[in-house]
Design a protein around this ligand. Sequence first.
Ligand code: NAP
Length: 343
Amino acid sequence: MRLLVLGGTHHVGRAVVETALARGDEVTTLNRGVSGHQPPGARALHADRTDPAALRAALSSEPRDDGAWDAVIDTWSGAPQVVADAAGLLADKATHYGYVSSRSVYRWPFPVGGDESAPVVDGDPAGADGEDYAAAKRGGELAAAAAFGDRALLARAGLILGPYEIVGRMPWWLRRLEQGGDVLAPGPPDRPLQYIDCRDLAAWMLSAAERGLGGAFNTVSRPGQATMASLLEAGRDVTGSRASLVWVSPEVIEAAGIAPWTELPIWLPPDGEFAGMHDGDVSAAYAAGLTCRPVEQTVAGTWRWLQEEGYPAPPGGRPERYLSLDKERRVLAGLPPLNADRA
Ligand SMILES: NC(=O)c1ccc[n+]([C@@H]2O[C@H](COP(=O)([O-])OP(=O)(O)OC[C@H]3O[C@@H](n4cnc5c(N)ncnc54)[C@H](OP(=O)(O)O)[C@@H]3O)[C@@H](O)[C@H]2O)c1
């Protein structure tokens, strides 16, 4: 395919570019050229997308005779207006528009087992504000669909893991496991997890583009693709760590004032308002060809990337928000674990 990736230098976008190049696609990226890693082999166009004139100028600098694309993949996560501008400009030049959306478009709390028919938040396809993430992603979906109709694919990803993850969730766990000692492992160990490796998301979006697949799809693994234990054990193995996983119950974690997801990335308590986040219905995406690699490969790919390129700085220079070693020690010292698997 002739592919245009809007973004392309971080997590999902970089995986899309690399997967497409490996498939033999002809790839062009469009970004400002100020962050991330420009994959070699892709042609780079530069523009600030928030400036529609600059976007138009960059796209018209494309030297090919017809300036046509088989597919566009858009990774934008801010104001919907930016998606509207790009999609509007490309609607008669591209056959397919894949928008990397999010399960955040569903009204909170996500229904356990919810599929694509679950109620979504309101979104404004012309919205100039990206502050409200859920509304921005829904607005982005509406903007893509307004320009491309059923040629727009809305890939509602949940938690995205794998290499190039600038958010730093899996990198934080790997660094913590590598440090060793007693590691607070949030229980229960068999807590099912639902996520997608960026490389599997990329492969599916490209295959969907090739097949002209449109519409909204929840694009994560089946619930239980991994458990908290299989994820942390894979991390301990790949880092060669002698860390001991000290399993701590959700009640103890809550009592200690540790925030799920933010302080302990990836982890959410199995019950209550968070239950649906690792338990969405993904049968439509699987029926449409989604496949998800085993957690060991996701962890190993992330570790390999960290060894080669180092740990990413927190996005936007934000201070680390994850559990501190001090707080972890205090909790482990003061409270009885469910069980301790000390090496
Ligand atoms: N992380 C998760 O768990 C998760 C879950 C669900 C959905 N998602 C969605 O997944 C997507 C993440 O995609 P990603 O990892 O590829 O993206 P990303 O980390 O948001 O990277 C943004 C890309 O866009 C470029 N960019 C930023 N500002 C720009 C501007 N003003 N003009 C032109 N280009 C600009 C950046 O390059 P330059 O800085 O060089 O311009 C970079 O290539 C988002 O849409 C997010 O909502 C994420």
